[in-house]
Design a protein. Structure first.
Length: 158
């Protein structure tokens, strides 16, 4: 009988993936990002082990929402947050969220496709999204994070 492969922490190699969200559908790009964050694209994928890559998303303000009920969904889809004070419930529609904070709309969509547990929360911390329009600016962002992660950055466009 064969034993299951379980990778050690030293065997896990994390790369950086650069994603351009210009003209992409919100749900489809969120599914691809969740796939990369979990590490399902790697041949050594093991459930329950954080093997995924770090993801940087640029041009989050240019993401699109499509479908048969797009106009009504932009107004009826509501995001809630609470300040933990009495009467501190805040709500914002998808239309306003995409105008004011498109990176939060993308983050919420990715969070919906990750496991809702301790591992999912730690995997979501490896997602970084910015609102830049020029790839050269994204390269400077990569170089800034290169210093934090000891130079192990691989820029890839998904």
């Amino acid at each position: 009988m064969y034993k299951s492969y379980y990778p050690k922490a030293s065997e896990i190699e994390r790369k950086w993936v650069l994603v351009d969200a210009t003209g992409q559908n919100l749900g489809r790009i969120a599914a691809k990002i969740a796939h990369v964050l979990l590490g399902k694209h790697k041949p050594t994928f093991t459930p329950g082990v954080e093997m995924g890559d770090n993801v940087i998303v640029i041009n989050t303000e240019r993401v699109t929402v499509t479908g048969t009920k797009t106009s009504s969904k932009l107004d009826t889809k509501i995001y809630y947050s609470h300040s933990n004070y009495p009467g501190g419930l805040k709500s914002i529609s998808l239309r306003d969220q995409l105008k004011q904070h498109p990176d939060r709309a993308l983050r919420d969509a990715v969070w919906g496709m990750l496991p809702h547990n301790r591992m999912g929360r730690s995997v979501l911390k490896r997602l970084r999204s910015t609102q830049v329009r020029i790839i050269r600016t994204a390269q400077t962002i990569l170089s800034r994070w290169r210093k934090k992660d000891k130079g192990r950055i691989y820029g890839t466009i998904l």
